[in-house]
Ligand binder design. Structure first.
Ligand code: MG
Length: 293
């Protein structure tokens, strides 16, 4: 029998490009360092997809190994980490957002009463080596992104590919607390044995590539928020995600304390915290009754 988990952990799960960061991490880091024309690179990548039948993510991962510029100067692991300092963030992300959210939680009495903890996760189709080098890495419990196998410091083969549809696998890993790829997540695990139930999870993403993840969140009783570039008008895909009930809220990707997104997050966190407190008091009542019947 599976032991009942405390289920007092709350998870915020973020997409990266377009959600925490404007644009695309490869463009700000690798392309600028190598002087690569982004349109030409993505056109080559699309050519692999359309002419050779490559999966989208595998196509760009192959080019980062095989394209002549990378043959001449391979993308070494340490160099990718170093390039991470050029990653751009939306307002607030690298200026206190994570600590402020922690303080917001601490101010709610139920958080200490029920031992509630907040964890942050990234699930991205970008490169893990870049994400591991970012200044905000320390705030995340796990970062899931595409990974190469490196031999002698050079990337030889992608050992993990994350695309829009298999992103959902990592939601289940977070849900079941089975973080390592070597751990199977296919076995049935009763709801009460799961480390973080979906109702305690919030997914934050920006686009069409997040639709499968938001759909899983929605169907499983979780929470989803769609964000968009604050300098643009509300994009059509964001409107559709809300209209089709894949995301319950949408807001500009501005993570500063007085902004709409943070207000929505506060409200969502309060809902989750009070629900955890409510369940724990109802559990105590039924335990008492069971002992006194
Ligand atoms: Mg994105």
């Amino acid at each position: 029998m599976t032991r009942k988990a405390a289920q007092n952990i709350v998870a915020l799960v973020y997409d990266f490009d377009g959600t925490l960061s404007p644009g695309n991490m490869q463009e700000e880091t690798i392309f600028k360092a190598y002087g690569i024309d982004k349109r030409k690179f993505w056109a080559k990548s699309q050519a692999l997809v359309h002419r050779r039948g490559y999966e989208q993510t595998l196509a760009y991962l192959r080019l980062l190994i095989d394209d002549p510029v990378f043959k001449r100067k391979p993308l070494r692991k340490a160099y990718l980490k170093k390039l991470a300092r050029n990653v751009l963030y939306y307002p607030g992300v690298a200026e206190g957002y994570f600590d402020q959210l922690g303080h917001f939680m601490e101010a709610i009495p139920e958080v200490a009463e029920c031992g509630i903890k907040l964890e942050h996760y990234i699930i991205s189709s970008g490169l893990k080596e870049i994400l591991d080098g970012t200044s905000i890495r320390k705030y995340f419990k796990q970062v899931y992104a595409c990974e190469y196998d490196f031999k002698g410091g050079r990337p030889v083969f992608p050992k993990l590919v994350i695309n829009d549809t298999n992103k959902t696998q990592f939601l289940f890993r977070i849900n079941k607390g089975k973080f390592k790829l070597s751990e199977s997540i296919n076995q049935h695990m009763p709801e009460e044995g799961r480390r973080i139930p979906f109702r305690n999870m919030v997914y934050i993403g920006d686009g069409i590539t997040d639709v499968p993840s938001m759909t899983v969140m929605h169907k499983s009783g979780g929470n989803a928020i769609a964000v968009y570039d604050p300098s643009r008008r509300v994009p059509r895909e964001v409107k559709e995600m809300v209209a089709e009930k894949r995301a319950e809220h949408f807001a500009p990707a501005d993570f500063r304390p007085d902004k709409l997104l943070v207000k929505i997050l506060h409200r969502t966190l309060k809902k989750i915290i009070y629900s955890i407190a409510y369940r724990s008091s109802s559990d105590r009542s039924s335990d008492w009754v069971r002992r006194h019947m």
